[in-house]
Write a protein that binds this ligand. Structure first.
Ligand SMILES: [Zn+2]
Length: 100
């Protein structure tokens, strides 16, 4: 999502510059048939891209926080005898068979 947000913002920003070179993105040209000016389309692309970029950042932050949650919250515990990773539902260690 971050990638597509960045692409949309880039297309939106470049859609302001390309007309100086007598060029325009095909997608912007096609959308101009809806009656919107290329300036409006550029702002829509930048706004949509910024929104997608923001959503992607929020998603990455949530994944990062979930990855750093304590083991118990993720359903795991460490064996006090050997340090092996076990499920909290296990009664004995899967590695050394000691009681968890
Ligand atoms: Zn163990």
């Amino acid at each position: 999502m971050i990638y597509w947000g960045a692409v949309l913002m880039l297309v939106g920003a470049l859609s302001f510059l390309l007309p100086m070179l007598d060029r325009q993105f095909v997608v912007v040209s096609l959308l101009s048939f809806t009656g919107l000016s290329s300036t409006e389309i550029g702002f829509i692309f930048i706004g949509g891209g910024a929104y997608l970029f923001h959503l992607g950042k929020e998603q990455d932050k949530a994944i990062e926080e979930a990855a750093h949650a304590p083991l118990r919250e993720r359903g795991y515990c460490l064996c006090s005898n050997c340090g092996a990773l076990n499920s909290v539902t296990d009664a004995t260690c899967s590695n050394c068979r000691s009681k968890l």
